[in-house]
Design a protein around this ligand. Structure first.
Ligand code: PGA
Length: 249
């Protein structure tokens, strides 16, 4: 696991955008795995400005998002589908049929999960997967004690995630869906050729320390990334402040 410590959030965004940009420049039909949440917003802004500067072409790129709330239609303002269009897709030249996000309002949710997993497999896996991390160590919506063998499936959000995400629902946790579809940990580990995990802010410092330096345990789902052979963690100084090994610096 390679750990890069950025001086501030802007640098984190630039470093992560450069990884994606270089990848897509070398492989025009790259498959990207994307994440939602506050952390990647600046990465997406940087990618939009790189696109506007003519430095990156998304016309042949395929994307798969990590997760989506169950029960929300793609057009629902708090859906991850809506989020991705607002923060990235509507500003770049992605082909709509190359964008994949689980359909949260599919009445056949179980089938939706299986089809999603198959689509990733058929695409040949994911070249670069962007991940955030929850303060509880989750990746995607794989909450603590998720099985490391899990594939894309329906998951129950933990109470801490519901509280953390209430800010996107006008601050009211009651409005946050209780269920979601999420790529599983096995999906992420097996299908991602390269993983870039982003963390910003002191509320992520414990999770980053446990992920990188603690035991590999389902109590901290992100700790499984220690067993992946190509992971780059990009953390700002606040998120990195509890790391013990000075060799990262
Ligand atoms: P955040 O979410 O970027 O909004 O902190 C990250 C996550 O929960 O995976």
């Amino acid at each position: 696991m390679k750990i890069l410590i950025a001086n501030h959030y802007e640098e984190l965004c630039k470093l992560s955008a450069n990884i994606i940009k270089e990848h897509v420049q070398a492989k025009k039909d790259a498959v990207l795995g994307l994440a939602t949440g506050s952390t990647p917003v600046g990465l997406y802004k940087q990618l939009i400005s790189d696109y506007q500067a003519g430095e990156i072409d998304f016309s042949k790129v395929t994307t798969f998002n990590l997760d989506e709330y169950a029960g929300l239609s793609p057009s629902h303002p708090q859906s991850y589908n809506h989020f991705m269009h607002e923060h990235l897709f509507q500003h770049i030249n992605m082909q709509p049929d190359h964008i994949h996000i689980p359909q949260g309002d599919n009445p056949q949710l179980e089938a939706e999960c299986m089809v999603y997993e198959d689509l990733i497999r058929q695409a040949g896996g994911i070249d670069v997967q962007i991940l955030g991390i929850g303060a509880n160590g989750h990746i995607g919506f794989n909450e603590p004690r998720s099985d490391f063998e899990d594939r894309t499936r329906i998951v129950k959000l933990s109470e801490s995630t519901i509280q953390a995400n209430a800010r996107f629902f006008g601050g009211d946790p009651v409005l946050v869906p209780r269920l979601a579809i999420s790529m599983g940990i096995k999906t992420i580990m097996e299908f991602s050729k390269q993983i870039v995990l982003l963390a910003s802010g002191e509320e992520k410092a414990d999770a980053i320390q446990k992920m990188a330096e603690g035991p590999v345990t389902t109590d901290v789902p992100a700790s499984i990334l220690q067993k992946h052979n190509h992971v780059t963690v990009i953390a700002d100084q606040k998120a990195a402040q509890k790391l013990k090994k000075a060799s990262y610096l």
